[in-house]
Design a binder for this molecule. Structure first.
Ligand code: NAP
Length: 527
């Protein structure tokens, strides 16, 4: 079915006035599309992965009341699609489907689940180009970054296809001669996975990969801002032969969906990536049914540049760590803390590098900075800059909306920032780099740790003893030394303090989806 017909169909299921408004939007979108957008739409149409309904028990499903939400392209404001606005009833059905599927999925041999995951990985990679375009379309990041996300996102499915075969238990030497003691690791059950918009694929696969590998089934709730990538990935899971009900996707009313997942005794685990505020609510809400909880929350990453840093490495590394996805990642640098001896040189070289970042539609060749996700994100950036300037900071570069309009913002460098400013205390989640000056290593560590967050941190130094000493002192789950891009499926990802609980990726990530069972065989000396 074409995108156009799907859009029409989803409109028909809505109420009449709602429907009329949406049809107008969709026609407008298709009439005004550039050649580029037309070819992308054509490619999506024929790809077989452009889905605009939820997935419950293997069936593509509209919202029961017929309500829909619009998905926009943040670079143009155009409506890309209408997806169902689901709530409690659809979520309950998705949970029941996942619960029913659990009994057979969890009983498969690990090697069988591994094969399904491997097939899913192969399909994700085979559709890399079209999936990348879908991410750029609904999220706005440059196509090259979007394609990178497909490789990164798919890598979790590949990695856990392999790890599925390595969920080992233990045999414990017994304290009594007639006993044999065993430890078994078993899947926790149905998992509710709630994910954000900034990595529409990778934040899902980082959860679903290990969950499925060890025998859990999932109900995914992607952000209403970027549901299309999630739905495309779910379509590919079906094409990979993963049985109906193992992967379910609902989207719409976030608090209704969240509450239904929290209240259900059948959901044994909540895994969430998103803001600290919502994470805290989910953690509190999980208490009533004592669910396992994993949280990947906000960060406030310090990037420490010492006098002995290699200037070129420090500029390139901090640029990558700050401006990836226009500053909209949880591991993005939030504060650049620079030692006084290198401050001026670094500030100048960094500002030149930032000035060279091309801003524009993520589909345009050479663009490094797409739009921010929405108007609220721009307003947050503006208010943080205003606060910094009112407290004595200077805008070295940028500091205003981009002439392209929409939610494009000029990559910005702010000098003379300090720890009292909002921009240092909270996650800016935008293309703004504040520079803070420091004198001693102790002072730098104190500034870096002076936050409730503890996700990613970065150090630039050529002194190996310092790199180790500071790494140990940082209260952060991730430390990049002379490197700005450090995420990989083979290493554990997660935060200290209020940046979260648990780890994703690596051999540790699968533990989050397992229960440990102790079995004691007694009276083993009897004939
Ligand atoms: P968010 O507002 O917390 O939303 C995240 C998800 O939670 C979305 O699917 C959202 O749904 C849903 N949600 C909102 N309220 C809910 C509720 N009451 N019950 C259940 N679900 C609810 O965060 P965001 O703005 O999308 O993402 C940005 C944040 O994520 C940043 O703080 C960033 O640092 C963090 N993040 C952390 C990591 C990490 O690994 N630590 C990775 C990426 C992002 P709707 O969107 O449909 O409203």
């Amino acid at each position: 079915m074409s995108i156009f017909r799907m859009a029409l169909r989803s409109c028909r299921l809505s109420s009449q006035s709602f429907c009329a408004a949406h049809m107008h939007q969709d026609f407008r979108f298709f009439r005004q599309m550039s050649m580029d957008a037309q070819s992308i739409a054509a490619q999506l149409n024929t790809s077989g992965i452009f889905r605009t309904q939820g997935l419950i028990g293997g069936k593509w499903t509209e919202a029961y009341e017929g309500n829909t939400i619009k998905v926009h392209n943040p670079a143009t404001g155009d409506v890309i699609a209408n997806v169902p606005c689901m709530g409690k009833r659809e979520t309950s059905d998705a949970i029941s489907s996942a619960y029913d599927a659990f009994s057979s999925w969890s009983k498969l041999a690990a090697s069988q689940r591994s094969k399904f995951l491997r097939k899913w990985y192969d399909l994700l990679i085979a559709h890399k180009e079209v999936l990348g375009k879908l991410i750029t379309l609904e999220q706005g990041k440059p196509l090259i970054e979007a394609m990178g996300e497909i490789s990164y996102g798919a890598s979790f499915i590949e990695f856990y296809a392999e790890e599925a075969k390595r969920v080992y238990g233990d045999i414990i030497p017994a304290t009594l001669a007639d006993r044999r003691l065993f430890v078994l690791k078993q899947p926790v059950g149905v998992v509710g996975a709630i994910t954000p918009w900034n990595f529409p694929l990778a934040m899902i696969t980082r959860k679903v990969g290990p969950a499925l590998a060890c025998g859990c089934t999932v109900v995914i709730k992607p952000s209403e801002l970027t549901p299309l990538t999630a739905l495309a990935a779910a379509e590919l899971s079906l094409q990979a032969g993963i049985p109906p009900g193992v992967v379910n996707v609902v989207m719409g009313n976030a608090s209704d969906i969240g509450d239904t997942l929290l209240e259900s005794p059948q959901v044994r685990k909540i895994t969430f990536t998103g803001s600290t505020a919502v994470g805290k609510k989910l953690m509190a809400g999980s208490a009533a049914t004592v669910k396992k909880v994993s949280l990947e929350l906000g960060g406030n990453a310090p990037c420490m540049v010492f006098d002995d840093a290699d200037l070129d490495v420090a500029v390139k590394g901090s640029l990558a760590a700050k401006f990836r996805n226009s500053g909209q990642t949880c591991v993005c640098v939030n504060r650049i803390i620079v030692q006084e001896g290198i401050y001026e040189k670094f500030a100048k070289a960094f500002a030149i590098a930032v000035q060279n970042l091309k801003v524009g539609n993520g589909f345009t060749e050479g663009v490094a900075q797409g739009p921010l996700i929405n108007e609220a994100a721009v307003q947050k950036v503006e208010s943080f800059i205003q606060d910094a300037v009112s407290k004595g900071a200077t805008v070295m570069l940028g500091g205003k909306r981009h002439s392209l309009g929409m939610t494009f913002y000029e990559p910005t460098v702010i000098s003379n920032a300090n720890s009292e400013m909002l921009i240092s205390r909270e996650e800016v989640f935008g293309p703004v780099a504040p520079l803070i000056r420091f004198k001693t290593e102790e002072e730098a560590i104190r500034i870096a740790n002076d936050t409730n967050a503890g996700l990613a941190s970065y150090i630039f130094t050529t002194n190996v003893q310092r790199s180790w000493r500071v790494s140990e002192a940082l209260e952060y789950g991730l430390v990049g030394v002379n490197e700005g891009i450090i995420s990989t499926e083979v290493a554990p990802f997660g935060g200290f303090k209020q940046s979260g609980l648990g780890r994703e990726g690596s051999k540790y990530g699968i533990d989050e989806y397992l229960e440990i069972k102790y079995i004691c065989l007694g009276n083993m000396d009897r004939a």
